[in-house]
Write a protein that binds this ligand. Structure first.
Ligand SMILES: Cc1ncc(C[n+]2csc(CCOP(=O)(O)OP(=O)(O)O)c2C)c(N)n1
Ligand SMILES: [Mg+2]
Length: 292
C-alpha cells in the first residue's frame, strides 16, 4: 500500500486555500496550471510504460483536477476519514490521470508515478483500492463504478454522514446496461448525494460513440431515468465547479461533461487512434512543449 506524502499534502492544502480565496479568473488560472502538470505527467508515464490510455486520460483531467483541488471534502493525510466524500473513476482505464491527480493531492509521492505499470508497482493499469490510498473501489471492467457509487450513496444516507459520492463514466461505457439499472435505483432511493459525471468525448475504443450505439439525446435519457441533468463544457473550471454544487431537487445529479478526447495536445485531440496509442520520443517532446 502506498502512503501519504506529507510535503505534497501541504502543497495541496495551500493550493486549496488559494483557490477558496480567489476570484473566478485567478481560480481558473490555478486550476489550469494544476491540470497542465497532470497532463504532462500522464504523457511521461505512458511514454515510460509503453502503454496506457492517453486520449481518455486527457479528456478527464480537468474534471479530476477540479474535484480533487477544489470540490471534494477530503483529507489526503487521512484517506479513510469517516464521512469523507467519495470519488470513483469508473472508466478505470484512465488510471494514469487518476494516479497523477492523487499524487499531486498528496495521497502518495509523485516519485511513484514513474513506476506506472512496471512489474510489482502498485500503480497497475487499472486502480486497485488495496494498493492505492484515495482509490475507493477497484475499476477497469466498465459498467461497475456507478453501481458501487449508488451503494456508497445509500450507505452515506443510512449513516447520515453527509458524504457526497462522485463517479465518472466514459460515454462509451454508458452502453453497459448496469449503468441504467444503477440510475433507476439512484432515483428510486432519492440519492441526491450522488453525482454521476459522463465524460462525453464522443469517442470510444475503436470509433465514435454515435456510429457505434448512439447515446443521444443523452440529457433527455438521463432525465427520463430520474436525474437532475446539468450539461456543461467539461474543460471549463467555472462550469465544473458550478455543476458540482449539491442537488436541490432531491434527485441524483447527472452531469454531461462535453470534452475533447486527447485535450491539450493538438495531434491527439479527437483522434480515435489515440485511445491507447503510445507517443514516440519525438511526439512526447512536441506534447510537452504544447503543455509547457
Ligand atoms: C466490460 C468491458 N468491456 C470492454 C473493455 C475494454 N475497453 C477499455 S476502454 C474501452 C472504451 C471505453 O470508451 P469510453 O467509455 O468512451 O472511454 P474514454 O473515451 O473516456 O476513453 C473499452 C471497450 C473494458 N474495460 N470493460
Ligand atoms: Mg469516450
Amino acid at each position: 500500500m502506498l502512503t501519504t506524502d506529507s510535503r505534497q499534502v501541504e502543497d495541496w492544502r495551500e493550493l486549496r486555500a488559494r483557490l477558496t480565496a480567489s476570484a473566478p479568473a485567478e481560480r481558473s488560472r490555478l486550476l489550469a496550471d494544476t491540470a497542465r502538470r497532470t497532463r504532462r505527467s500522464v504523457v511521461q508515464m505512458i511514454s515510460k510504460a509503453g502503454q496506457g490510455h492517453i486520449g481518455g486520460d486527457l479528456s478527464v483531467t480537468d474534471i479530476l483536477t477540479t474535484l480533487f483541488a477544489y470540490t471534494l471534502r477530503i483529507d489526503p493525510a487521512q484517506p479513510d476519514l469517516a464521512g469523507r466524500d467519495r470519488f470513483i473513476l469508473s472508466k478505470g482505464h484512465c488510471a494514469a490521470a487518476l494516479y497523477s491527480t492523487l499524487a499531486f493531492t498528496g495521497y502518495f509521492s509523485p516519485a511513484a508515478l514513474s513506476t506506472f505499470m512496471a512489474p510489482l508497482s502498485e500503480l497497475n493499469g487499472h486502480p486497485n483500492r488495496n494498493k492505492i490510498p484515495g482509490v475507493e473501489t477497484n475499476t477497469g471492467p466498465l459498467g461497475h463504478g456507478l453501481p458501487v457509487a449508488v451503494g456508497q450513496a445509500v450507505a452515506a444516507k443510512l449513516t447520515r454522514s453527509g458524504a457526497r459520492v462522485f463517479v465518472v463514466m466514459g460515454d462509451g461505457e454508458m452502453q453497459e446496461g448496469s449503468n441504467w439499472e444503477a440510475l433507476m435505483a439512484a432515483s428510486h432511493f432519492g440519492l441526491d448525494n450522488l453525482v454521476a459525471i459522463v465524460d462525453r468525448n464522443r469517442l470510444q475504443q475503436g470509433a465514435r460513440t454515435e456510429d457505434t450505439n448512439a447515446l443521444d439525446p443523452l440529457d433527455e435519457r438521463l432525465a427520463a431515468f430520474g436525474c437532475e441533468v446539468r450539461e456543461i463544457d467539461g474543460h471549463d473550471y467555472d462550469a465544473l465547479i458550478d455543476a458540482f454544487r449539491p442537488s436541490t431537487t432531491g434527485k441524483p445529479v447527472a452531469i454531461v461533461a462535453n470534452t475533447t478526447k486527447g485535450k491539450g495536445i493538438s495531434f491527439i485531440e479527437d483522434r480515435v487512434e489515440w485511445h491507447h496509442k503510445v507517443p514516440s520520443a519525438e511526439q512526447v517532446e512536441l506534447a510537452l512543449e504544447e503543455l509547457a
